[in-house]
Design a protein around this ligand. Structure first.
Ligand SMILES: *[C@@H]1O[C@H](CO)[C@@H](O)[C@H](O)[C@H]1NC(C)=O
Ligand SMILES: *[C@@H]1O[C@H](CO)[C@@H](O)[C@H](O)[C@H]1NC(C)=O
Ligand SMILES: *[C@@H]1O[C@H](CO)[C@@H](O)[C@H](O)[C@H]1NC(C)=O
Ligand SMILES: *[C@@H]1O[C@H](CO)[C@@H](O)[C@H](O)[C@H]1NC(C)=O
Length: 224
């Protein structure tokens, strides 16, 4: 048997796998899904849903990055919190958010876990674990929210962050040229995008076993 059909088949396989990966990514942004879970909870309580502000969401992603992947620094007795000044000095400039449009942060929720879960499960199982969480998400003074999700270097641990503000939804956290800077890795909400080029952990894990299995099957068929 010649090598050509085998190579053709292999190329086709990789083409199909990457096409599948691309297709899934477009419909999948865990940060947007986290905001959807939040809004479901609020509207079920007869509270208004919140404006999903991409500038604020990008800042939520930068807020996560301030932890440098250290899950142990989230909550608990050794918990730390980025300094207030970091919003104007680091987070906003990194996102291209105009510092003059920063508005008060009226709530923040941050969670970290070593394994990836669905956004709705991250909402109810990780972020809502704290007794104060329900109070925070149900506060009537919020007008807008931003969500950030990341895994360090595209892997564990996974951070989930919601930042709330009572800012003017049409003018706060405004971004230069109308587009929040993409800051990899990670996803942020509100930008109507396919996860800002973030590594799509959950889906990739499902696709690679498929490719590996397919290769095995192909291998057997060709008598390797
Ligand atoms: C709502 O949030 C504001 C701003 O953070 C705070 O001052 C107020 O106490 C909160 N209200 C409730 C009911 O938690
Ligand atoms: C909102 O979420 C909290 C925490 O997961 C849950 O206890 C509560 O029942 C939810 N409320 C509604 C109305 O869905
Ligand atoms: C949450 O509140 C319940 C009842 O008020 C209490 O038993 C529990 O220890 C609290 N949990 C935390 C993490 O504070
Ligand atoms: C919100 O911002 C817009 C645009 O800058 C402005 O026209 C409007 O008056 C502001 N609304 C409030 C309530 O401050």
């Amino acid at each position: 048997m010649t090598k050509t059909p085998w190579l053709l088949l292999l190329s086709l396989l990789f083409f199909l796998a990457s096409a599948a990966a691309t297709q899934i990514k477009v419909t999948n942004n865990p940060a947007d899904q986290l905001v959807a879970a939040l809004d479901n909870n609020r509207t079920a309580q007869k509270l208004k849903s919140l404006y999903d502000n991409p500038g604020l969401a990008c800042i939520a992603l930068e807020y996560i990055k301030a932890y440098q992947g250290d899950c142990g620094a989230v909550g608990g007795p050794n918990g730390k919190k980025p300094a207030e000044s970091e919003f104007a000095q680091t987070f906003a400039p990194d996102c291209g958010v105009l510092v003059s449009t920063l508005s008060p942060i009226t709530g923040r929720l941050l969670g970290c876990q070593s394994h990836y879960v669905d956004p709705s499960e991250a909402f109810s199982g990780i972020l809502m674990k704290n007794n104060k969480s329900l109070e925070i998400i149900s506060n009537k003074t919020h007008t807008e929210v931003g969500a950030g999700v990341t895994g360090t270097d595209g892997g564990a641990p996974y951070f989930w962050c919601l930042l709330f503000s009572n800012g003017n939804t049409s003018s706060s956290f405004a971004v230069e040229e109308g587009v929040a800077k993409v800051t990899k890795p990670g996803c942020f909400s509100g930008a109507n995008d396919e996860c800002s080029g973030a590594y799509d952990w959950s889906q990739t894990r499902r696709i690679w076993p498929f490719v590996a299995t397919a290769l095995l099957v192909v291998g057997h068929a060709f008598g390797f």
